[in-house]
Design a protein around this ligand. Sequence first.
Ligand code: 2GW
Ligand code: MN
Length: 296
Amino acid sequence: RDRNCDLDSPKGLLYKQPGITLGRCDVVAVTPWSAPIVWEETFDPVLVDAIYKPKNLTIATTVFAIGKYIRFLRDFLETAEKHFMVDFKVHYHIFTDQLQDVPAVDLAAGRKIFVHQVPKLKRWQDISASRMQMIQTIIEEQLYREADYIYCQDVDAKFHFRWGAETLDRLVGQIHPWFYDLGRDQFTYERRPESTAYIPPGEGDFYYIGAMFGGRVEEVYKLVKSCHENLEADKANGIEAAWQEESHLNWYLLYNKPSKILSPEYLWDDLRGKANVMKVVRLSHILKNYAEVREN
Ligand code: 2GW
Ligand code: MN
């Protein structure tokens, strides 16, 4: 297995010369620690595919479909087959309490579904937070051997446009679509110093969404292990962070800077219409009837 991420120069591939003065001027495409922020027109998809395809990578994606959320799984998978890492080996790892209701979806060659049974926890806060521990376990038991990259996603979303290899990197965070244009003082970080997810006023880069994080398997392992330990430490102290694992994820990514950041194109929210900075919507959270899907 090729675990080496060096970019080989693709031979004989024609593409536009990289510019050093032109480019998108309406968005920031690099962070102050020099990590790319990925937007349409900041990369050439043909070039990106030519670089990554020969590496024979396996990309795992985890998705949880517990209780009523099983209803979102078919659209997630069917649209992923059209737009998510097309022509790459993708292993979907589905965590559910309803094995028999996992839809049969036609998968392209080299793509597979693995189903893992998990219990249905009573509190929704525990359902979303328990993902950190379950992802840690699946990495230990299987993904260290079987995958190069792992992307962890919410199920209540649909793909609409290319979501491809331009997202691959060591440690990848996703800008939350509700906060991308706000100041750090408005981010819903955990603000109580008693929590291990505490972020003091005056700190913070972006508000990252809990619905998507990813990267090299060994890097995501460190992330989920840390978040899981901090969730447990808080529980032992009788405190629960404002947005559960999303708060811990934000703490982790503030002090362990991501090497690549995805613009809101990569996770938008149907509630928000379309924003001018966005030339495409690649994946969006669907409108859902919260009261109905969340009652037991
Ligand atoms: C049930 C009641 C209330 C909330 C969630 C659930 C629930 C979530 C469930 O019954 N079954 C289930 O499989 N889930 C999984 O958790 C599912 O994969 C879902 O996409 C994910 C997160 O829950 P969701 O989509 O309702 O959360 P969001 O999108 O409204 O919220 C964001 O903030 C959350 C903080 O806890 C998470 O960080 C989430 O990732 C964010 O998108
Ligand atoms: Mn969601």
